[in-house]
Design a protein around this ligand. Structure first.
Ligand code: KIV
Ligand code: NA
Length: 270
């Protein structure tokens, strides 16, 4: 297999081939996910919850993210993996200025990331443009943005109603114009994320709790394996229930995303 590249992701989006993404935080799980055919691996700041036992992602530091990104990058290198590696910029590492964002993104790129992800729309547009101009591919993140959970008032669906959906459309188009080549849509109504996918030909939408109309899907690794401390949100499917191994569960996830059976909009979307 050839390494997954930005042009390949763009080609998949254009052709309507579903893009698969899972989170991973360590070398072994990253290598297994890659071998299972997962195209994109996100070292998410969700590691604050699943690895560190925090209540939100707000406490995760850039040093934490660099450590896990390095581990994942090593795992992919050792297994000759081909996945596209995305590092999450944590809370407080890009809000201050465009220059701070470049400095933080450089730490993750030098740890082995191919792309960085940052949350929010509006004010992030110029940050994205600044990074992309400097050769750092960017994945944006709209809808439920967990780093701002305290401002949002909880983990709930975003983009409901005309005002909120129009705002999200405006923000998404601006992020595409700024050069974001992917955007995660988290807990967004399925019709809205399907519409955004059509309106963003140069920016692949990756849904989580956003219905099946996106260019790709992402899940938190522990959630789709059914190992977590709390109760799974309704948009998650436990792929271990249909598999006898972790690699098998990941393969089932890839197959289900590719053939459109996950997510099931009757169960997994709003
Ligand atoms: O941190 C994370 O795992 C994420 C995904 C849920 C998109 O941001
Ligand atoms: Na995240």
């Amino acid at each position: 297999r050839k390494p997954i590249s930005l042009p390949r992701i763009q080609e998949m989006h254009t052709r309507g081939e579903k893009i698969t993404m899972l989170t991973a935080y360590d070398a072994t799980f990253a290598a297994v996910a890659d071998a299972a055919g997962v195209e994109c691996i996100l070292v998410g700041d969700s590691l604050g919850m699943v690895c560190q036992g925090l209540h939100s992602t707000v406490g995760v530091t850039l040093e934490d993210m660099a450590y896990h990104t390095e581990s994942v990058a090593r795992g992919l290198r050792r297994s000759q993996g081909t996945a596209w590696l995305i590092g999450d910029l944590p809370f407080g590492s890009y809000q201050e200025s465009k220059e701070q964002a470049v400095r933080s993104a450089s730490v993750l790129m030098q740890a082995g990331a191919h792309m960085v992800k940052l949350e929010g729309g509006g004010w992030t547009t110029e940050v994205v443009h600044f990074l992309v101009e400097r050769g750092i591919p960017v994945c944006a993140h709209l809808g439920l943005t967990p780093q701002t959970v305290h401002a949002l008032g909880g983990y709930r669906v975003q983009g409901r109603g005309d005002v909120a959906s129009d705002l999200m459309k405006k923000q998404a188009l601006a992020l595409q114009d700024a050069g974001a080549s992917m955007v995660v849509l988290e807990m967004v109504p399925a019709p809205l994320s399907a519409e955004l996918t059509q309106e963003l030909p140069h920016c692949a939408t990756i849904g989580i709790g956003a219905g099946k109309g996106t260019a790709g899907q992402v899940l938190v690794l522990h959630d789709m394996l059914g190992v977590n401390l709390g109760k799974n949100p309704k948009f998650v499917r436990n792929f271990m229930q249909e598999s006898t191994s972790i690699r098998g569960a990941m393969e089932a996830y890839v197959a289900a995303v590719k053939n459109g059976s996950f997510p099931d909009d009757a169960i997994h979307a709003w």
